[in-house]
Ligand binder design. Sequence first.
Ligand SMILES: [Zn+2]
Length: 386
Amino acid sequence: MLLALLFTALALAGDVDAFLAWADDARPAAEVSARTEPGQPRAAFLPLEDAPTDEDVLDRVSPGYRFAGTFFPQIAAHVHDMPGRVRPERIGTSALGRPIWAFPLQNPDEPIRRKVLVVAGLHAMEWVGTEVAVDLLDDLADSPLPKGVQVTIVPLANPDGRAFVERDLRAGETRYRRGNSRGVDLNRDFAVNREAQAFWRHLIPGYYRTSPGPVSQPETRALDGLAHRERFHRAASLHSFGGFFYTPWSGRFGRPERQDRQELWELGRAMEQAWGTRAYRTRQLGRWGFFFRAHGSEIDHLYGRYGTRAFLIEITRSGIQPLRPKTWKWGFRSYNPERPRRMRKHVDRTVHSLRALITHPDLPSEIEAREANHGVPVPPIDGDEA
Ligand SMILES: [Zn+2]
């Protein structure tokens, strides 16, 4: 036992050094390209040859959004300045070998009674979620956390998909991207409620296509491994767009158990109030619209397998502007509002909502719920017995 703790401590110390070195290497293209050997695979975010600098690109396409080469070094500054409070942990490796980082934040030397997970960037083009996750991390790093609460932030769950979109932006290309490097939609790859049941699947099967198998991708395995170990009480996965706090079930019409439903509703209401006027609304995803379902989603997995009170937040009501065709023809623009003020408003208010999710008082059954059986088949995942 002691030995195991010692090994864990050593591994985590190793993650700090590894992350700081990696983040340094992920800095904007112009700064690091001189150090890159041609043809050598790199874990960081590859620049194209002769690519413009991040600032040039972002001023053109999306003022206010950050490339990974900008926000990871910002996080690294917190890790460096606040050891023990902001901790990097490598939870897995993408299909193309990029590290997947989680950042647990807590007051050092304090027993933890509530664990909250915030994930962003499962879908490659939905950058606004990552903006929220990074701002929340900044916010929590700079102010005291509620007593006994640990918040784990995964700002970029699909680093390969993200790298492709960054490359597209730099090259001025507008290709639609959603999945990982193998084209798998990671938010259809989880284990719970995977099978499409809606009648409409026969008419538009492409919409309901699932993944090769339960948790079949390295990115989803990384998240499941983290959830399996931590058994989070509450969670939010950040997407865009729509303007909703979606609750499980997302892949079926049936409702969760009564007590769970009430607690999900209570947390949803707390997030709505924190958001402010014209707040996003709380809805069960699988009941919203009669053909709209998300099979194999992260929220059904987290709730069904681990009892986590999980929300899928669709940030913004879309970046589409009806009179500007480019905003509806180009996925990146429909997911991420172009106007900085509009983007800031949604990012800031969603950070408020997440703070409400984190700080809302204990719910009657959220502790027991983590071990409950929720009445859905939960397929075993390779390695369960290990
Ligand atoms: Zn999404």
